[in-house]
Design a protein around this ligand. Structure first.
Ligand SMILES: C[S@@+](CC[C@H](N)C(=O)[O-])C[C@H]1O[C@@H](n2cnc3c(N)ncnc32)[C@H](O)[C@@H]1O
Length: 228
């Protein structure tokens, strides 16, 4: 389900197939025009739209799309130079923010483990401002094996960790092909991923702060280690 005219516009631009839509009966957004000829479009007042989304402030449009096919790790690795891998990032708002950051900073795609939130969940979609439908993502059922496979395929794989013994991000020369691994809010990356990665990288912390939110850390690393 996509909510908000921007998200619905992005889904249509990305070629996603709409199924049905519900719009503001008094002020349907301009994107409604593109849906009218393709799918049933219902009109409703604030109460109906709030009931559908369970949001306090209802969007002017809510639409259901068929889920676009997901790419594979192999297909991503064949062409990408910059990938983000997430392990156990289960909050869809963080996944959405990671996607918005990585897309905006020029990265090529994302690998998500099976315990992370779905990039196409409603909240991920909203927080990513709809970019989640465009930013390619693949699922890995065994992230440590995927990391080993990417290292063997010529990627530098950086495990991001606030550990004091990791290499300071300012000391890393951005490699040609890079994957950055981002971990869970509480426990961070698993020992298996830390062991399989080719380097461990830290963003120096100050004033007793032990770590950053995972989406904030992703924004920093995506900028600092961007392709030059
Ligand atoms: C809230 S942190 C997890 C903190 C956890 N206690 C740990 O030791 O990793 C969530 C994720 O963001 C990234 N991260 C946060 N702060 C970081 C830092 N200062 N340096 C490197 N990565 C960081 C890491 O990938 C981490 O797994």
């Amino acid at each position: 389900m996509a909510e908000g005219d921007l998200v619905v516009e992005r889904a249509l631009e990305a070629g996603c197939e709409p199924v049905v839509a519900l719009v503001d009966e008094l002020r349907p957004p301009p994107v409604t025009e593109h849906l009218l000829t393709r799918v049933p479009v219902y009109a409703g007042g604030e109460r109906v739209r709030a009931l559908v989304t369970k949001l306090g402030v209802p969007n002017s449009i809510v639409a259901i799309f068929r889920r676009p096919p997901r790419t594979t790790v192999e297909a991503l690795a064949a062409t990408a130079h910059r990938l983000v891998l997430v392990e156990a990032v289960d909050n869809p708002a963080n996944i959405g923010a990671i996607i918005r950051n990585a897309t905006g900073l020029g990265w090529d795609g994302m690998i998500v483990d099976t315990t992370s939130a779905d990039p196409l969940a409603r909240r991920s979609l909203r927080v990513s401002m709809g970019h989640a439908v465009v930013f390619p993502h693949a699922r890995s059922t065994d992230v440590a094996a995927t990391v080993a496979q990417l290292v063997a395929g010529g990627f530098a794989v950086a495990a991001l960790t606030p550990d004091a013994d990791a290499t300071d991000i300012d000391e890393i020369a951005p490699p040609d092909r890079l994957v950055v691994c981002m971990g869970a809010e509480r426990v961070g990356l698993s020992d298996d991923v830390l062991a399989a990665a080719s380097l461990r990288v830290r963003i120096p912390m100050h004033h007793g702060v032990d770590s950053l939110n995972v989406a904030a850390a992703t924004a920093i690393v995506c900028h600092a280690l961007r392709r030059r």
